[in-house]
Design a binder for this molecule. Structure first.
Ligand code: FUL
Length: 451
């Protein structure tokens, strides 16, 4: 659905005033690093590597390093483009499953050192890290645990090599706002010419706790994606959709961490705070392919409302093209998308409107906003004060017109809120707006300040 420009002024941006009592402290709460990360809301992925030049998504591990040959690579162009799209950070595929490293690593010859790019003197990880520092964008890396190139893959030696790669990244680049341990372990690969299928028990093999310690020894604020020690969780699909009912509560049980059904919604009575991240590509593939087109503006808007609007962060992928740039087709849409969202939320219709709160009635806490004159609304943004945990399980939205309370008609389930919840509905003129918390785990604390 596309919001018509004429309605943009009729958007309510709501930080509900605090409801009644202070909540008791039970249930998981975010760490300071998780709280900071949740406030980033949107950041970018860059998939770039040998796959880009060979029209592939998953290189087998034997694609020649000489084929990595961007003619016009400019990491500042990436960073400035991403900033213009409202991205707060960027995560680069320092190594994808094919094993090719975008920095001049000592751990393998299968790297940028043996490519024509800058006659083997280039360092894309370093160049992007530098550009981020220069222009004030947060930086993160993706380092695939699965490596289809290495002959030692499957043995202890490979795990040492993998940890050494992490150590190099930590020693030479950073700080990282997020470190990605991808979960894919497809089995078959080149593996130094063996060309066979190798399977490992991911939860033990990679020694993720050690990997995490290497990162945290220098950069303790790094958020960790994947493995056995994550501080955030995958949403369970790559379509750009979080479930409307969306808990930050979860468990660190490895089976749960791989259960796409649970990942999509979180676990209401989970014992750790593990907020969701929605990863999706602006094009069908993660890597650039000549014959693919970016998603439409409407699709991108839906992705925003189905991720950030449902209590999850959005990691939007930009496949850098063969020249080494983010293509104009992608950046044009993404900039327009961001400007549209900016316009949409520019006018907070409830800013100067003080709500009245009723005493809890049958345990329903409610807020009523009365407008000086009939006002048209079509979107509502709610936030819980998540520093105290996530509690709201069900709420309702009603409006008052011509002497009657009527329900707001929306396709969105009005269940959880969390860090941020955005409810879109058909524009409706009202004299009053009522928000009722119908069910919650303990008393509710709603964010009045915004984060
Ligand atoms: C997946 C990978 O297999 C894809 O190639 C991509 O990197 C995506 C973000 O994660 O697991």
């Amino acid at each position: 659905m596309m919001l018509k420009k004429s309605f943009i002024l009729f958007i309510a941006l709501l930080f509900v005033a605090s409801c009644t009592q202070q909540p008791s402290s039970s249930g998981p709460v975010p760490t300071a690093q998780q709280l900071e990360w949740q406030q980033m809301e949107t950041y970018a992925f860059i998939h770039f590597g040998l796959n880009t030049f060979n029209d592939m998504e998953w290189g087998y591990g034997d694609t020649p390093a000489e084929t990595f040959n961007p003619t016009d690579l400019n990491c500042e162009q990436w960073v400035l483009t991403l900033k213009a799209c409202g991205m707060k950070g960027v995560i680069l595929t320092a190594k994808h499953h094919d094993g090719f490293c975008l920095w001049p690593t000592e751990t393998t010859d299968y790297s940028i050192k043996n490519s024509p790019y800058k006659n083997g003197q280039g360092d894309v990880v370093g160049e992007l890290c530098e550009a981020c520092r220069k222009h004030g964008l947060k930086f993160g890396v993706y380092l695939s645990p699965w490596d289809r190139h290495q002959a030692s893959y499957g043995s202890d030696d490979y795990v040492k090599l993998y940890h050494q790669q992490i150590q190099e990244l930590v020693d030479h680049y950073g700080p990282f706002f997020e470190f990605w341990f991808d979960g894919a372990n497809g089995g078959d690969g080149w593996y130094g010419g063996a060309k066979e299928t190798r399977s490992i028990k991911a939860e033990e093999y990679y020694q993720y706790d050690k990997a995490r310690d290497i990162i945290w020894s220098k950069y303790p604020n790094t958020m960790i994606f994947g493995g056995t020690v994550p501080t955030l969780r995958w949403i369970g699909n790559e379509e750009g959709i979080a479930k409307a009912t969306q808990w930050c509560n979860y468990t660190l049980d490895f089976d749960d961490l791989n259960n796409t059904k649970l990942l999509a919604s979180g676990i209401s009575d989970g014992n750790v705070w593990l907020p969701a991240e929605v990863d999706v590509s602006i094009r069908p593939g993660w890597f650039y392919h000549d014959n693919e087109q970016p998603k439409s503006l409407d699709q991108l808007l839906d992705i925003y409302y189905h991720s950030v609007g449902r209590n999850a962060n959005l990691l939007l992928n930009f496949p850098v093209d063969k020249t080494g740039r983010i293509s104009v087709a992608d950046s044009t849409w993404a900039v327009e998308w961001y400007q549209m969202l900016q316009n949409t939320f520019a006018n907070d219709l409830l800013k100067d409107c003080k709500p009245t709160t009723n005493k809890p009635l049958e345990n329903h806490q409610e807020l009523i906003y009365s407008f000086d004159q009939p006002t048209t609304l079509q979107c509502l943004m709610l936030q819980e004060d998540i520093a105290k945990g996530q509690r709201v399980e069900r709420f309702s939205i009603n409006y008052y017109r011509n002497g009657k309370w009527l329900p707001i008609e929306t396709d969105e389930e009005t269940t959880t809120i969390g860090y941020k919840r955005i409810i879109r509905f058909k524009p409706v003129e009202m004299e009053k707006l009522r928000i009722r918390i119908i069910k919650s785990m303990g008393s509710v604390s709603i964010n009045t300040k915004g984060y």
